[in-house]
Write a protein that binds this ligand. Structure first.
Ligand code: PLP
Length: 396
């Protein structure tokens, strides 16, 4: 479609992935092929030299993958996208493209667990150091910057208390110190937050979550702002090889067609669930960026177009209460992840973070009564009834 970049996001979701396939296919077909034939020797040589546009090998480029990359780039108002085999592959490719031995990274301390481990593990082994800070505190961010700081990596809202970091202010601070800003925008999707328009340099997503939205694919994407970055990142992605498959690209592009509609519903339902929890006598605290009780409530309202679909809360019944709630809900599914059409519920202390032990959990601010709900698109009345039934079984 002409000028898709000038249209509204709802329209972009539906149409941006449409390739103008010679067959007239309305939906971009799955080019399930590893390699592409050359017409003759000169054609192959011209493709390799970049003198002619075309496809060579699917790790380098593939039409189905490109259609998805273009869609996310349009939605994020970026230059181009690079789709990856998982969110972590996108994050690793970003680090490998932007950092070298001796560099330093300032990173949100509430960042996704494996991102934290990637920095303290593999990246540290390659001589890249990092400092974890509460990135909602601008002074702490600036204080953590060193002469060799090349990247400020933030995730906002952060897990599990949905702490919000100021993308615009952090970008200003970073650029003043010659560092660049990467934002993990997974929790918001481009519908609710567009970090590149706020000054960030790079956006990454786990497309496993809202972008795909159906809990049936693991995938990631990087969106860059400039051609220079695009070329550098593409070369690294091609070398590391963490690419997405054409079939998964097709599924994610299909998921994105309903992204705006899903997000609208999920925001509305999450707010209703959060309000129900806020008024429930077995709940000590609700973490929800849209409520005035949230510490960065004003920033959230300014930076985000909606609260997102995740609600976290502190249950008064602690570990036992959390386990009881998990075992009593019938509609909410006990599982990690978020952003799908089905509502997922998670109790870190007895599930994902159980192996850490109580002491490490306390240090990481994961209390025994903490529960996270990633709200889906079911009837919100059914969801609230299910949670209410579960809470009835909890003794405080
Ligand atoms: C899930 C997730 C990731 C990792 O993505 P995968 O697709 O599981 O590799 C990164 N960041 C955030 C915020 C996530 O929720």
């Amino acid at each position: 479609m002409d000028d898709i970049r000038k249209r509204h996001q709802d329209t972009q979701c539906v149409h941006a992935s449409t390739l103008h396939d010679p067959s007239g296919a309305v939906v971009t077909p799955i080019y399930q092929t590893s390699t592409f034939s050359f017409r003759d020797v000169d054609h192959g040589a011209a493709l390799f030299a970049g003198k002619e546009k075309g496809y060579i090998y699917t790790r380098m480029a593939n039409p189905t993958i490109e259609a998805l990359e273009e869609t996310v780039a349009v939605l994020e108002k970026g230059y181009r996208g690079l789709a990856c085999g998982s969110g972590m592959a996108a994050i690793h490719t970003t680090f490998a493209s932007m950092l070298r031995t001796g560099d330093h990274v300032v990173c949100s301390d509430s960042v996704y667990g494996p991102t934290n481990t990637l920095l303290s593990g593999v990246m540290s082994r390659f001589g890249i150091e990092s400092t974890m800070v509460d990135s909602s505190d601008l002074k702490a961010v600036e204080h953590a910057i060193k002469p060799n700081t090349k990247m400020i990596y933030i995730e906002t809202p952060g897990n599990p208390t949905l702490v919000v970091s100021d993308i615009e202010a952090i970008s200003e601070i970073a650029h003043g110190h010659g560092a660049r800003v990467v934002v993990d925008n997974t929790f918001m999707s481009p519908i609710l937050q567009q970090p590149l328009t706020l000054g960030a340099d790079i956006v990454v997503h786990s497309m496993t979550k809202y972008l795909n939205g159906h809990a049936d694919v693991v995938a990631g994407v990087i969106v860059v702002k400039t051609e220079e970055d695009y070329k550098a990142f593409r070369q690294i992605l091609n070398q590391i090889g963490g690419v997405i498959t054409p079939f998964n690209s097709f599924l994610v592009a299909r998921g994105i067609k309903t992204l705006a509609v899903r997000i609208e519903r999920q925001c509305r339902s999450a707010e209703a669930v959060a309000r129900f929890l806020e008024n429930h006598d077995k709940i000590q605290e609700v973490y929800f960026p849209w409520f005035p009780s949230h510490p960065q409530h004003e920033l959230a309202r300014r930076q985000m177009k909606g609260p997102g679909g995740v609600v976290s809360f502190e249950l008064k019944g602690g570990m036992k209460g959390g386990k009881t709630l998990m075992n009593s809900v019938r509609l909410c599914t006990l599982a990690v992840s978020l952003g799908g059409v089905e509502t997922l519920i998670e109790h870190p202390a007895s599930m994902t973070h159980a192996v850490m032990g109580a002491e490490a959990r306390r240090k990481a601010n994961i209390s025994d009564g903490l529960v996270r709900i990633a709200v889906g698109i079911e009837s919100v009345d059914d969801l609230i009834a299910d949670i209410a039934h579960g809470l009835d079984k909890v003794s405080v």
